[in-house]
Design a protein around this ligand. Structure first.
Ligand code: 6PG
Length: 245
């Protein structure tokens, strides 16, 4: 299915759209399957989304039905400033009425190999047979200036069958040892929503969305849901190099 690209004036408008998608997906998934499986991403972009879900949109969600996962994690403690779980807990999850048993974090403190194994077992507990992992109802992803997404970085192995793998990556000053979900998991999701903002990402976004298919170079291109929808929420700055369709 062709990705849908929605361009917004700024991060605030982009984040409002991301929050509305959360509410819509949570309602439809809960109605159809009595639960809503969502995977969050880390980095700076989702912060405003988390704030909106904790405030303006808090009352629009049945949080008891929400099961929270992560698309990737840095191998640090949950209390570390670099923890994606820690960021979501501080800004959103500690402010909503959700049982702690609904939080399924990647235990980065175990180190990449053990944390990957542990997370694969957690995923298996929500498997959608014949898959060994859940069909996520909603996955949020970001995109780095180098075209990575989650912790799938340029040059990382493309053919991966396991649901979660250990990674050592060097990106900006962020923690290097990580765990990431792999494309088979992301691509089995019902809805994948990328969020990308800022002019620093404009060149890469144009290559990812309109350039040649080079998933080794641009891992964000590996995300193509087999049956689900793919929506890119981008601001005008990030979209400034996109050629007209
Ligand atoms: C992470 C994310 C990563 C992030 C991109 C974009 O743990 O860092 O999963 O894939 O989404 O690096 O990060 P920004 O939103 O900070 O630009």
């Amino acid at each position: 299915m062709k990705p849908e690209i929605r361009i917004f004036k700024n991060v605030e408008e982009l984040s409002l759209a991301a929050a509305r998608l959360f509410v819509e997906q949570a309602a439809s998934s809960s109605a159809e399957r009595d639960r809503f499986l969502v995977a969050f991403n880390g980095g700076s972009t989702p912060t405003r989304l988390f704030q909106l879900l904790a405030t303006d949109f808090r009352g629009k969600v049945d949080w008891s039905r929400v099961q929270v996962f992560w698309g990737d994690e840095r191998c640090v403690s949950a209390e570390d400033a670099g923890s994606s779980y820690g960021q979501a807990w501080k800004v959103l999850l500690s402010h909503v009425p959700m049982p702690s048993s609904n939080l399924h974090r990647i235990k980065g403190e175990l180190g990449p190999v053990e944390a990957s194994k542990d997370y694969s077992l957690i995923l298996r507990g929500f498997a959608a047979p014949p898959l060994e992992w859940p069909r996520f109802d909603l996955v949020y992803l970001g995109m780095g200036e180098d075209g990575h997404t989650a912790s799938l970085f340029p040059g990382s192995p493309v053919d991966v069958s396991q649901p979660a793998v250990p990674v050592t990556a060097h990106y900006q000053d962020r923690p290097a040892d990580r765990v990431t979900l792999t494309p088979p998991v992301f691509n089995s999701a019902r809805l994948v929503v990328f969020m990308a903002s800022g002019k620093k990402k404009a060149d890469t976004l144009a290559k990812v969305l309109r350039g040649s298919h080079s998933p080794e170079l641009f891992p964000a291109q590996r995300i193509a849901p087999t049956e689900g929808r793919l929506i890119w929420l981008v601001d005008e700055a990030a979209a400034s190099k996109l050629p007209p369709e």
